[in-house]
Design a binder for this molecule. Sequence first.
Ligand code: THU
Length: 136
Amino acid sequence: MENRELVRMAIAARENAYTPYSHFKVGAALLAKDGRVFTGCNIECASYSPTNCAERTALFKAVSEGAREFSAIAVVGWKEGEKCTSFAAPCGVCRQMLFEFCGPDMPVIMAKSEEDTLVMTLGELLPVGFGPDNLL
Ligand code: THU
């Protein structure tokens, strides 16, 4: 699957973001190695801290459907009612959670649009990460 198609799916997933507090809407699309794509959006909460990021929504959907290996993730985010002017990078918690299932070489596609992307590996975003191998 092309990066632009994954970005397109992340942009569509962002439409479902539930963000009555921040109004910052995020969408993610996670490509599993078996070809399935799992999308997610951020889901906020009146007590704030249970809020779930788009990336983890996508990852939890995927893992709960049996996917364990992933090829790429696309992430988009910008404020409701505005235009996208910057890349939305995964937060530290999402980087850590992705590291649980994805190797350091997995591309993270941060996008302002289908054409305008910043691609970094998970290892670049989370260098010297602590993962499952550390517990062996
Ligand atoms: N957010 C995400 O969905 N993903 C990230 O990696 C960064 C932050 C969400 C959480 C919250 O709903 C809103 O963006 C503002 O922080």
